[in-house]
Design a protein around this ligand. Structure first.
Ligand SMILES: Cc1cc2nc3c(=O)[nH]c(=O)nc-3n(C[C@H](O)[C@H](O)[C@H](O)COP(=O)(O)OP(=O)(O)OC[C@H]3O[C@@H](n4cnc5c(N)ncnc54)[C@H](O)[C@@H]3O)c2cc1C
Ligand code: FES
Length: 293
């Protein structure tokens, strides 16, 4: 099993590895076979360095099937991402992907409120742009602990040619007619001060009943942020989907190292631990047992 899965590894070449702000980077990789199949919500299991036994999972933030590239928005938190930080154009690595089950297309006429926390922005930015292509109304809210010094106000048109794109430049979404709003715990003019779940609640309270009844919630971010946003969704009786981030080992369903508590379908009742790498990472919002995560 393991041998056959690992023989499916794709070769990837770094096109650029752009430092954005603080410990956050944007990595663009040439990896044609993954770029062709990538959908919002998919992730890759990336080999960061030969000294590390396990690959590391990262959401695909964008793919260009024509150019054969994918983008990964990552933050440096440990050994693997520390190695990634040092990658230069031309560096070669391997990865498995695209993995997992992506976001499902909503029923026609639905509206999407996407709520991201920090690096959880990556799959939701991809999904917001896909929803727009499909003809859905989408609004994206981003929660940050601290307001970054520049990134959120720079539009991708304003940045220099060395920068591929600034994923935190929500102006890019605005240009696509995807309204967005940032919540920051640190006060900053133009930002909502507080938790993104609180901002979401204020926005939902302002909606007419007709719009509210058509709205679905989409989540990705740190568990406490998603738990808070899921409570808000429940308060308003809204469904949707959530992309979970569990620690992963194999990445292809072989080790049960990534399980999350998920409700069984109505007819079966109860709940069970489900593998986030193969049965997720995207689950129906109301299937996740948020208080058991
Ligand atoms: C489906 C999925 C998609 C992800 N997408 C992204 C992404 O787009 N960008 C990004 O920067 N990160 C993403 N992550 C998290 C990323 O995988 C971890 O940050 C990375 O594995 C850390 O590797 P490391 O060797 O640098 O740190 P490690 O030394 O492995 O860990 C450093 C610290 O990070 C914590 N950590 C490691 N993995 C996770 C995890 N899965 N969830 C929560 N905490 C973790 C550890 O507990 C430790 O405290 C994703 C995780 C999953 C499961
Ligand atoms: S990481 Fe091994 S089963 Fe999910």
């Amino acid at each position: 099993m393991c041998d056959s899965v690992y023989s499916q590894q794709s070769e990837a070449v770094v096109i650029c590895n752009q430092h954005l702000v603080d410990n956050k980077y944007l990595l663009r990789l040439q990896v044609e076979d993954i770029a062709l199949k990538a959908e919002p919500g998919h992730f890759v299991h990336l080999n960061c360095h030969p000294s590390l036994t396990l690959p590391r999972p990262f959401s695909i933030m964008d793919s260009d099937p024509g150019l054969g590239t994918i983008d990964i928005f990552y933050q440096v938190v440990g050994d693997g991402t520390e190695y990634m930080r040092g990658w230069q154009a031309g560096h070669r690595t391997t990865m498995l992907g695209p993995l997992g089950r992506p976001f499902r297309r909503p029923e026609s006429g639905r509206k999407a409120l996407l709520i991201a926390g920090g690096i959880g922005y990556a799959p939701l930015d991809f999904f917001a742009r896909r929803l727009k292509i499909w003809g859905f109304d989408a609004t994206l809210l981003l929660g940050l602990e601290a307001a970054p010094p520049f990134a959120l106000i720079a539009s991708s048109r304003e940045v220099g040619p060395e920068m591929v794109v600034d994923p935190l430049a929500l102006a890019r979404l605005e240009q696509l007619d995807i309204p967005s709003r940032v919540a920051s715990l640190e006060p900053k003019p133009g930002f909502f001060q507080g938790y993104v779940s609180t901002l979401a609640k204020e926005i939902l309270l302002d909606m007419s009943t007709t719009v509210l009844n058509k709205t679905d919630i989409y989540l990705c971010g740190p568990t406490p942020m998603m738990q808070a946003a899921a409570r808000v969704a429940k308060e308003f009786n809204l469904g949707g989907q959530a992309s979970l981030e569990e620690h992963m080992a194999c990445g292809f369903g072989g080790c049960a190292g990534c399980v999350a508590p998920i409700k069984e379908p109505e007819d079966a009742g109860g709940w069970n631990y489900r593998r986030v790498c193969t049965e997720g990472p995207v689950f129906p919002l109301d299937a996740v047992l948020w208080d058991k995560l």
